[in-house]
Design a binder for this molecule. Sequence first.
Ligand SMILES: NC(=O)C1=CN([C@@H]2O[C@H](COP(=O)(O)OP(=O)(O)OC[C@H]3O[C@@H](n4cnc5c(N)ncnc54)[C@H](O)[C@@H]3O)[C@@H](O)[C@H]2O)C=CC1
Ligand SMILES: O=C(O)CCC(=O)C(=O)O
Length: 526
Amino acid sequence: MSKVLVSDPIDQAGIDILSQVAQVDVKTGLPAEELVRIIPDYDALMIRSETRVTQEVIAAAKQLKIIGRAGVGVDNVDVPAATRQGIVVVNSPEGNTIAAAEHAIALMLSLSRSIPDANTSIKSGKWERKLFVGTEVYKKTLGIVGLGKIGSHVAAVAKTMGMKLLAFDPFISTERAENIGCRLVDMDLLLREADYITLHIPKTPETTHLINAEALAKMKPTARIINCARGGIIDEVALAEAIKEGKIAGAALDVFEKEPLGESPLCAMGKQVILTPHLGASTAEAQVNVAIDVAEQIRDVLLGLPARSAVNIPGLYPDVLEKLKPYLRLAETLGNLVSQLAGGRVESLNVHLQGELATNDSKPIVIAALKGLLYQALRERVNYVNAGIEAKERGIRVIETRDNAVRDYAGSLHLEAKGSLGEHSVTGALLGDGEIHITDINDFPINVPPTHYMLFTLHRDMPGIIGKIGSLLGSFNVNIASMQVGRKIVRGDAVMVLSLDDPLPEGVLDEILKVPGIRDAYTVTL
Ligand SMILES: NC(=O)C1=CN([C@@H]2O[C@H](COP(=O)(O)OP(=O)(O)OC[C@H]3O[C@@H](n4cnc5c(N)ncnc54)[C@H](O)[C@@H]3O)[C@@H](O)[C@H]2O)C=CC1
Ligand SMILES: O=C(O)CCC(=O)C(=O)O
């Protein structure tokens, strides 16, 4: 039975799903060295934001197949190291969107009405009404940095509160921003015009200290900033300084450069600063959502199925994935077949997508073909995560061509491998019921389903040759399940494809190659 380690607090709904397929060990608050010590035992790791999955943890995780982050940000996981090791990293891109957006709005309103300090004041027996006169957000300008899932929901809520909306996001169109009710502007203008700024971007090298002393100096002295995205996007030292010097009016932070926060100049500041301990996703609803979302993906991967929100393999929406699944099987089978025909080192792979396959996102199909192509070399070590990297590291050039005209099948796939021992090609398609058929080998038309043991010959089309091969196999007690011949002209070159019930015993291939008229023969195991 598979083993899953849950190293951060996760809702029981997720544990229940994992328990259907695995032994689940919940061990939270593990010191780093303890995680490194026990991780070799586990097939899957489920975390939130506390556990740091470093290169050292990944190097020790010899049988880990998947890391599930019950949340959005995967900055606590060394994703490149996981990818190199073929470990899928999944997250829950939408499970906590509403929670994080509502927390940002709550912080904005708390800042404008000093709610935390007013609460502390009254509970200490005071009645300080004058001290807590606030400002309204109505008709004020909100600058949203990052108009993705959370930023868009913040926009929708802020709009209904009568706020004017500016947005900075270099990766979305003006039209999309306008549909959400935002004016897309550059960062400089947003900093200068906004009364409130809220950050909803990932932490990347480009966004680290995006809000530094220089940016803070551009803001209005009455402006306030909210960070519910990632610590480190704001330079905390520069922020404390800017508030102290009256360059801006205040800030609310849920995330910090170092978590837990510990000592910080921000802690000593009054009602202008509100701090929460990374609570953006901490609602009952969001925790159930992310736990279920990620646990289902871990369960699927442990059962050998693809994950719907993997961050280090081509991302696919579930409905697209469902439609592509049979084609992924086709691509993998053909990749495996063509690598066995090629026999030696493959230098380039031409992937030609035909018909409806050409209209889909082709990246997963190419990855599946590479996974199949590398299977003989890497066996279980190759997967959807590392197939692209492994192919690149082996210097395999991948050429992709496409033709969306529909021919004999709704969609078909043609793979052409060039390598140290020559050139080979295979074409395959799906029948109506999803069954895979090989429709072409080295440009000879055939029509056979792939089977576990197969024999392919290239020979001269001449009387008696089929009988001779049949008798030869019979003499070695190899049973033929089906046989088909493909040729272009009568008595020219031809291919023969045999599905066998048994593997070919050693030495039989040499005997086949001695049969007059046989030019080449290949055994294939799929
Ligand atoms: N405080 C908390 O507990 C939570 C924090 N988060 C964080 O919130 C952030 C946003 O999450 P989502 O909206 O789900 O992500 P998303 O991927 O839907 O949106 C991110 C947006 O940022 C934009 N962006 C990327 N680089 C940018 C740049 N340099 N300048 C401006 N825009 C840029 C992207 O185009 C995208 O539209 C993430 O950092 C996530 O980790 C998410 C959930 C909970
Ligand atoms: O797991 C958490 O509580 C943090 C959520 C978060 O920061 C995220 O989803 O990016």
